[in-house]
Design a protein around this ligand. Structure first.
Ligand code: NAD
Length: 486
């Protein structure tokens, strides 16, 4: 299939227009399906960062005072434009990440549009409260934080940009967004579309670069909040740096989430949930349920169905809509995944399904299922961020809960059962920010999403994301007289 041109107009998007400074370090954009370089962008220089922050600060002061109905209208227009251009954006997402077009057409720009539409609808509904103290009273105002930094991971470049921009802009903030250096293209399109929708220049700027550009944003005194999507080690660094400036943070980090399949589960649904929670986006999803605890009575049937269903995997050209499984996004990540599989085998695991790297250009790894595991093995403890499912067995509910919780992470969890009382009893004991009962990995814009423990702080989506982009100003109103001691 002919590959469309992915070259962006320029590397950055600042103050309403594309911007370039070719003296910044070149960053190749590699199409993971073939390993070819399809574009090059340049990392932000100090001058580029300065322009981004100055324009954001200027634009935010006015935007904070704008009619929130108008703010919402702009976001909803952007949602419509994204939907109208879904195919073009999905192709770009596929070139940026390698994810198959079959998937990007329904999961990426569309999810970004949902967030813009959702927060566009809520923009005019940011309210305070009031309280009485005898004759006196007080009220609260929710104020925007100011200029916020968004820092993205490489697995969902369009969605992450929109999930951060939408609540930030709806509540009157500006955002300087730094995409992952691996997938720099999609956020530029989001910026372009926001301008086309009527967003005033400077409110959503995109700057490219690796960790040092993210670090410069995090420590800049003009930045009031940092919203990061990334790994736990990066989260620790960014949260620590932000703490130096007493800044707000939202941390959407990694996980090693459990899926519990009880003996009374609908087997086909449980297998579907485990497939979605391990192999969608070739396993590069933070909330994936990579520790699948299957009741011992179901183990063989579960594996049989899994093997049969994985026979339907098509690892072809990602731009061909018949392809349903793509490559890993980077060479380094593909190498890491293969090392994890080798370590698992060395520690005694059985590769029950898949396990091989394809002998072709690009970064292709088969969907892989590991069995014969114990909870202390590396593959069961560490986030792999690739298409590797660990299947474990359990005998009873208490054991399943205890083992599911035996991790430093706490992003997500899922369970499959036909016993509703058990479902709610178990879910209440799981230490995870986002849980699914008889479903997995669905994240509608109206549902809070995020992690507990090492997996993060704060929530994206839903009304509560707007709380994370605002702060409360309290106003005490004295109705007199004023008493004083002397
Ligand atoms: P990463 O942590 O390597 O990088 C994330 C972003 O942080 C990148 O833009 C990177 O340039 C930037 N960065 C790195 N060092 C920095 C520093 N010192 N200061 C500021 N910014 C810095 O993550 P990744 O490899 O791009 O993405 C994969 C990880 O992201 C996985 O752990 C995955 O679970 C996680 N993730 C979490 C969510 C979620 O919502 N919880 C969603 C997607 C991905």
């Amino acid at each position: 299939m002919t590959r469309p041109d992915a070259t962006p107009v320029a590397s950055h998007f600042i103050d309403g227009a594309y911007a370039e400074d070719a003296s910044g370090t070149p960053i190749p954009v590699i199409y993971p399906a073939t390993g070819e370089t399809v574009a090059t962008v340049h990392a932000a220089t100090p001058e580029i960062l300065e322009r981004a922050l100055t324009s954001a600060e200027r634009a935010q002061a006015e935007w904070a005072l704008a009619d929130p109905v108008e703010r919402g209208r702009v976001l909803r227009r952007a949602a419509d434009l994204i939907r109208a251009r879904n195919r073009e954006l999905s192709v770009l997402e596929t070139l940026d990440t390698g994810k198959p077009l079959q998937e990007t057409l329904v999961a990426d720009a569309t999810s970004g549009a949902d967030a813009l539409e959702y927060f566009g609808g809520l923009a005019a509904d940011v309210t305070g409260t009031s309280m009485r103290f005898g004759g006196d009273w007080a009220y609260t105002i929710r104020r925007p934080l100011g200029v916020c930094a968004g820092i993205g991971a490489w697995n969902y470049p369009t969605q992450i940009a929109c999930w951060k921009a939408a609540p930030a802009l709806a509540t009157g903030n500006a955002m300087v967004f730094k995409p992952s250096e691996t997938t720099p293209l999609c956020a530029l399109k989001v910026a372009e579309i926001l301008i086309e929708a009527g967003l005033p220049a400077g409110l959503f700027n995109v700057v490219q670069g690796a960790g040092e550009v993210g670090a410069a944003l995090t420590t800049d005194p003009r930045v009031a909040k940092v919203s990061l999507t990334g790994s736990v080690p990066t989260g620790r660094k960014v949260a620590a740096a932000a703490a130096g400036g007493i800044k707000h943070v939202t941390m959407e980090l990694g996980g090693k989430s459990p899926i519990l399949v009880f003996e009374d589960a609908d087997l086909e649904d449980a297998v579907s949930g485990a497939i979605n929670g391990n192999f969608y986006s070739s396993g590069q999803v933070c909330s994936n349920g990579t520790r699948v605890f299957v009741h011992e009575s179901l183990h063989d049937a579960f594996l049989d169905r899994l093997r049969a269903r994985l026979g339907g995997v098509v690892m072809g050209d990602p731009l061909d809509e018949a392809t349903n499984f793509g490559p890993i996004t980077t060479a380094a990540q593909a190498n890491l995944v293969m090392r994890h599989i080798a370590t698992a085998e060395a520690e005694g695991a059985t590769v029950a399904i898949g396990g091989a790297r394809l002998d072709r250009a690009g970064y292709w790894i088969e969907p892989t299922v590991l069995t014969g595991l114990s909870d202390d093995m590396t593959c069961v403890r560490e986030e792999i961020f690739g298409p590797v499912m660990s299947v474990l067995t359990f005998a009873d509910e208490d054991e399943a809960v205890e083992r599911a919780n035996a991790t430093e992470f706490g992003l997500s969890a899922g369970l499959f059962t036909s016993d509703l009382a058990r479902a709610h009893r178990v879910v209440a004991q799981l230490r995870a920010g986002t849980c699914w009962i008889n479903q997995y990995n669905l994240t509608p814009a109206g549902m809070p999403f995020g992690g507990s423990r090492a997996s993060g702080i704060g929530r994206e989506n839903a009304r509560m994301a707007m709380d994370h982009f605002t702060e409360v100003q309290t106003v005490y109103v004295g109705m007199g007289p004023v008493e004083s001691a002397f």
